[in-house]
Design a binder for this molecule. Structure first.
Ligand code: GUN
Length: 288
């Protein structure tokens, strides 16, 4: 079998086009959604993310605000900016880029963001709402994975889903979303016994472990749907060159799976599209 490739890039572009229509109608009512991104320090990967976020925010017609702060910014100064954004009626979404410098307590910062503007879905209030089935803002990457799965499979009810990885940002919220879709959910991780056998039981595999090409083709049940969240930079074939690979060994897995996301061009583009989606959702709830 050769898997169907799930085109996250095209799906994300389509989602952004739909959001642009919604943003235009909100703007016509004097309710243009606004997204604020706060970056502390000069981490190069974070700088690229933040640049892309700002460009795509403007592209769909939303207001974009950026706060770029030096690495030695104090926690109090950062909290003051977050509180000012909480109080700013033109701002619907607040994202503080992670990781933060070591002298800042990440959890304190995340808990200071107004849960109604927490478009990352990292505030314990939103985490708890997701777990209880209440209306939450949901972490962007798992939300994007769920959109791709539902687009591919329709109803997910009764399917066996194995999430490999238990992070707060991806693994745990992914498991909650799949449970809410009536999947039978297993969260596997580095201490799981006989991981290949566990993964082989899955109709849906979501790999989010951060280990390059760990999930092999012979771990995949024939016909399963494989969502690869990994973005790992590894040495390329030519000396001095690098390439991006996922957490799934694409060459062997795509020979067995029914459908699979590529890296790049799978889950990656969905994350920012879902951030914009969450900002529109927050704007409608706050202003509606
Ligand atoms: N750093 C890497 N990914 C993310 C994300 O989704 N949200 C935030 N706030 N920081 C990140």
């Amino acid at each position: 079998m050769t898997a169907t490739i799930i085109d996250g890039k095209a799906f994300a572009a389509n989602l952004r086009a739909q959001l642009a229509v919604e943003v235009a109608s909100l703007t016509a009512k004097g309710q243009q959604p606004g997204l604020a991104v706060v970056l502390v320090g000069e981490d190069p990967a974070s700088q690229v993310y933040v640049r892309n976020k700002a460009a795509q925010t403007l592209e769909v017609g939303m207001k974009s605000v950026e706060h770029k702060l030096p690495a030695d910014t104090t926690q109090d100064a950062l909290l003051k900016i977050v509180k000012d954004l909480n109080a700013d009626p033109s701002i619907d979404g607040i994202l503080v880029q992670l990781p933060l410098p070591a002298h800042i307590d990440t959890q304190t910062v995340l808990e200071t963001i107004d849960p109604a503007k927490d478009v990352d879905g990292f505030h314990p209030m939103n985490v708890g709402k997701l777990a209880t089935g209440l209306e939450a803002l949901v972490s962007c990457t798992p939300l994007g994975c769920l959109m791709l799965l539902k687009d591919k499979l329709g109803s997910l009810a009764g399917l066996n889903a194995v999430v490999v990885g238990r992070s707060n940002i991806v693994g745990k919220p992914m498991a909650q979303l799949l449970l809410a879709e009536s999947c039978t959910v297993t969260i596997a991780h580095s201490r799981t016994k006989d991981l290949p056998a566990v993964v082989r039981s899955a109709d849906i595999v979501v790999a989010a472990v951060g280990r390059p090409e760990m999930v092999k083709g012979d771990w995949i049940k024939p016909g399963a749907t494989v969502i690869d969240v990994g973005i790992n930079r590894v040495p390329g074939k030519e000396p001095g060159k690098t390439k991006l690979v996922g957490d799934v060994d694409f060459a062997t897995a795509s020979a067995v799976a029914g459908a699979i996301t590529p890296v790049p061009g799978g889950v990656g583009p969905m994350t920012i599209a879902c951030l914009l989606h969450n900002t529109v959702t927050a704007a409608k709830r706050r202003r509606g």
